[in-house]
Design a binder for this molecule. Sequence first.
Ligand SMILES: [Fe+2]
Length: 209
Amino acid sequence: MIYNPEFNLSSLISELIKVFSNHNYKQLEERLKKFAEGNHVISPNKEMIRKDSIPNLEYSLENIKGEMVSFYDDIVKLSEYVSWCKASRGVPEFFEGGYSSSVVIGDSGLVSSTNIRMGFYLQNQNIDYPPHAHEAEEFYLILSGIGSWQISNIWYDAIPGKIFHHQPGVSHRMITKSEPLFAIWIWTGLIEGRYWFVGHEEIDCPGIL
Ligand SMILES: [Fe+2]
């Protein structure tokens, strides 16, 4: 059978619509439905990054279990096709990095969109992604692994199935210990807006995530 990333993307979006609908995120549900109704062309001219060069990716994919298992097939297939990067914000004085990300929907992704970005996020073990914020509205859906998640001054357990919603400008921080953390991220609203680390609000750090 010929591999068809378009099929896996449609299937992934359908699963996301179900999950966000179940958690009553109506506005995001509508935006995802609108995206799903559009005509999208999968862009084939991507530089392929070998997914086995991404730390913890194979492990994190194999750990998509339980209530998140409905995402497993689509994500495993899409993870072969998207471009991965070992990311940092390029500001080592604020944060050296320690995570990998990929874009599925967005300028460097498989399909482009002007009002939504979506991709995968993998934070390595023993990383403290310090408090930061951005003008875009953001959602994370945890797929596997475990961590601690701070939004403003409230801490949460990051476990599979958990959704984190960051309103524009609200600070958030993610900490991993012995396990990596793997998630889907979605940006809506001002996706071209500013990004800053808390305490360094005057410095815009453009990039993805
Ligand atoms: Fe964020």
